[in-house]
Design a protein around this ligand. Sequence first.
Ligand SMILES: CC(C)(COP(=O)(O)OP(=O)(O)OC[C@H]1O[C@@H](n2cnc3c(N)ncnc32)[C@H](O)[C@@H]1OP(=O)(O)O)[C@@H](O)C(=O)NCCC(=O)NCCS
Length: 249
Amino acid sequence: MNGASRSGDIFRDGLAPDGAPPDDIPLREIAIPGPGVKLWLVDVAPDPTVLRAAAAVTSEEELARAERFFRLEDKARFLIARATLRRLLGRRLGRRPSDFDFAATAHGRPYLAHRPELSFNVSHSGSHALVALSDGRPVGVDIEAARDLPDALDLSGLFFHEAEHRAIASRPDATERLAAFYRVWTAKEAVLKALGLGIAGHLKNFEIALEPSGPRLARIESPLAAALARASVLPVEAPPGYAAALALV
Ligand SMILES: CC(C)(COP(=O)(O)OP(=O)(O)OC[C@H]1O[C@@H](n2cnc3c(N)ncnc32)[C@H](O)[C@@H]1OP(=O)(O)O)[C@@H](O)C(=O)NCCC(=O)NCCS
């Protein structure tokens, strides 16, 4: 598991014998209005010191996966987010970050092989990642770099619930429509990730209403009605240029 014995990977060059301390990964806790869940924002830009710290706590398999990405930014996004998850799980469970084995569901949601009931979720986009840990209810997070999307309305018409599409279309200008699009998008993805599903096939089965206090689950249609009966979406303060949401189910 541990990085100490690996060889020949791009992250090892210049690594101190025991690896850089994992606390070199820049991390900030974000306040969440509700008990039982904690959220952290991580800078995943490819800084060499941070990459070495991340490589020191990730597994051979994770390093191999990172190396398969073509762009350094993509390698860093995956590796630093995964190392941060390990560090936070280590703190929570009183173990070393390198000690964990992850498995994944058929839809790709990672879980701890020896603690499958412990819920966590990761999202990354641009130069940021979010990592959430929940004490009880399954958690999902999503962060998106809010790049300009000239066809945002076409996309919401095609993929979102019709009430969401109408709400986005009713905004007075393109800037507000784009912001509304990303708020709905991140809330929907956080909900589906909390359920451990993918985005394909379920986007129209529930409605996110955008209220001044944040996104709210407004309407749920089958087949998700039972699974989302207790679900909630919590607002997340995203960095400038990003949208983010967290859901508990
Ligand atoms: C989950 C999903 C919506 C995330 O998409 P995204 O916006 O590109 O990525 P994000 O950065 O927000 O999230 C990725 C992280 O979510 C987690 N994740 C992956 N699949 C997940 C799922 N089904 N549910 C919850 N979380 C998931 C992982 O930790 C992943 O990060 P990692 O690969 O670095 O560990 C997308 O990957 C998806 O639709 N997956 C489902 C695919 C599927 O159903 N496959 C089965 C084929 S039958």
